[in-house]
Design a protein around this ligand. Structure first.
Ligand code: ARG
Ligand code: ZN
Ligand code: CA
Length: 237
């Protein structure tokens, strides 16, 4: 048992206008949300239906802001090809979560690299309007859950529908198999693949205010990356 793991975070803000140069308050709001979501101290977890209530997990992973870097750049749309990471390389990615906040474009909220990839591109990228819950944020993605979702990927979690149809797996036993992403704010129960979807899981595609849990199975999958020999073992010390 590794106990509670604290991950230092470097936030790199790359802005093409003053709005995109988000405030320290907005950055701090996101760190707080990551902490409440990964430690299951989020108040909306009370909305988890009884079918899934016993599966709500405190992942015992938490985050602390170690540095904010700010860069002005005339590029206003960075895409998903990791260019922002090459222009502004990550800080000590072996033991630090790097988050780049920049406009991605194409309606994309964020993207992440799974563990085990190149160190030079390790981390997550999130659009300024989807980061934190105060300041330059845009509903319905204004509750900081894009970062929760992307950091889930960064810690090896898959989408709960396994990016396929009913028999495609997310490699987590307690998330019921699902046919496709759910969007908006589905009512419970939403059934697919002969079971009720865990639409309120952070690894679905619902609105920020409609996702509020990781499961125990996801906790055990993500903690495996910190174990001895795992791709993020250096973060557990
Ligand atoms: N589309 C992104 C991804 O698949 C992020 C989805 C985040 N959803 C949200 N409600 N904030 O990685
Ligand atoms: Zn995703
Ligand atoms: Ca599953």
């Amino acid at each position: 048992n590794l106990g509670v793991i604290t991950i230092p975070v470097v936030v790199t803000v790359v802005y093409s206008n003053s709005q995109e140069n988000i405030s320290d308050a907005q950055i701090n709001s996101q760190i707080s949300i990551l902490n409440s979501d990964f430690r299951a101290t989020n108040s909306d977890k009370n909305s988890v239906p009884s079918e899934f209530a016993s599966l709500v997990a405190d992942s015992e992973v938490q985050f602390t802001l170690s540095q904010v870097r700010r860069y002005s750049n005339s590029k206003s749309s960075w895409g998903t090809n990791d260019e922002v990471k090459l222009v502004y390389p990550p800080v000590t990615p072996a033991n630090t979560l790097n988050i780049w906040v920049c406009n991605i474009g194409g309606g994309i909220l964020g993207y992440a690299q799974f563990p085990g990839g190149p160190a030079s591109t390790d981390g997550v990228v999130i659009g300024p309007q989807y980061f934190g819950n105060t300041g330059y944020v845009a509903a319905p993605f204004d509750k900081g859950r894009t970062a929760t979702h992307e950091v889930g990927h960064y810690l090896n979690l898959r989408h709960i529908w396994g990016d396929g149809r009913c028999n495609q797996d997310d490699f987590v036993a307690d998330t019921p198999s699902s046919d496709a992403p759910n969007y908006g704010c589905p009512s419970y129960p939403t059934a697919n693949c002969r079971s009720n979807d865990m639409t309120m899981n952070y690894m679905d595609y619902t609105n920020d205010e409609c996702m509020y849990m990781f499961s125990e199975g996801q906790k055990s999958r993500l903690r495996t990356v910190f174990a001895s020999g795992g791709p993020r073992a250096a973060m557990a010390n």
